[in-house]
Design a binder for this molecule. Structure first.
Ligand SMILES: [Zn+2]
Length: 269
């Protein structure tokens, strides 16, 4: 891998201190990359790099938030994978798959670092007493980025305990945990019947305004956790009206630290 500047360092070098100052088109121009918007066939964004110059093309038919994340992704390729021609599909940009390519994961991480630099994101995230999609939505609005990308950034930078779980009609799709969340506390494949997740997936329930207390057993297996509770807030992802393609994310945090202590007592499986 060629040497590159970490996204936060790049933003600081150009004196960017507030979310509204984050202008990726201006940044691309400073990095000798020209940006254009037009419909693309078979991919959502692409970069053609030749020596010290690049042309980035973005298909912005998926909306402004999505186009910004795609532009950050291509700037990530330009910084990390110089002099390459890359075509990035809708499936790889902002992917939540566990088995994606390292290069695409690196470009996504770079994009999140440009759009939500840690030195701006972490102090704001910490200012909320208890994380939920209420706070995630406020951060998403301030940083002009999707709720999903913001939630992934939140969990990815959380110094304590949170987990984001996504469910589809067939059960758990994926999850992302904060770095200190115990590896012995993995969400069950099926969500408990009393969760808001099922109402959002299969009925026309509206999203709750904030997190609510639920038994930990709604999301995690194990008799040792039967007296424990979590704060959980479930919301729909995307805008799909198709029940088959619908998915719901839930942000879960412990009510008491005892949940984490009990999980840590389990031997690693
Ligand atoms: Zn890519």
């Amino acid at each position: 891998m060629t040497t590159f500047q970490r996204p936060e360092l790049l933003m600081q070098r150009y004196g960017i201190v507030t979310p509204e100052q984050i202008d990726l088109e201006a940044l691309a121009w400073l990095l000798n990359a020209r940006v254009r918007y037009r419909p693309l066939d078979g991919c959502e964004a692409q970069i053609m790099g030749i020596r010290d110059r690049a042309i980035i093309t973005i298909d912005d038919r998926g909306g402004a938030e999505r186009a910004r994340f795609s532009l950050g992704h291509e700037i990530g390729h330009w910084q990390c994978h110089k002099n390459q021609n890359l075509h990035c599909s809708k499936e790889v940009i902002g992917s939540t798959r566990d088995a994606g390519s390292a290069k695409e994961w690196q470009a996504d991480t770079y994009s999140a670092g440009l759009l939500m630099p840690r030195y701006m994101f972490e102090p704001r995230a910490k200012s909320y007493d208890r994380p939920s999609f209420r706070s995630i939505s406020e951060l998403a609005s301030e940083f002009r980025i999707s709720r999903t990308a913001t939630a992934l950034r939140f969990v990815g930078t959380d110094p304590v305990y949170s987990i984001l779980i996504c469910y589809g009609p067939n059960g758990r799709n994926w999850f992302r945990k904060s770095r200190n969340w115990p590896s012995t506390l993995i969400p069950a494949r099926e969500v408990g019947a009393n969760s808001d997740v099922l109402g959002l997936l299969f009925e026309r329930c509206t999203e709750a305004r904030d997190a609510r207390r639920e038994p930990a057993s709604t999301y995690f297996n194990g008799n040792d956790l039967q007296d424990e509770e979590v704060f959980a807030h479930a919301v729909r992802t995307g805008a799909s009206d198709d029940p088959v393609g619908r998915s719901v994310m839930v942000l879960v945090v412990p009510v008491r630290s005892r949940l984490i202590e009990l999980a840590e007592r389990r031997s690693a499986w």
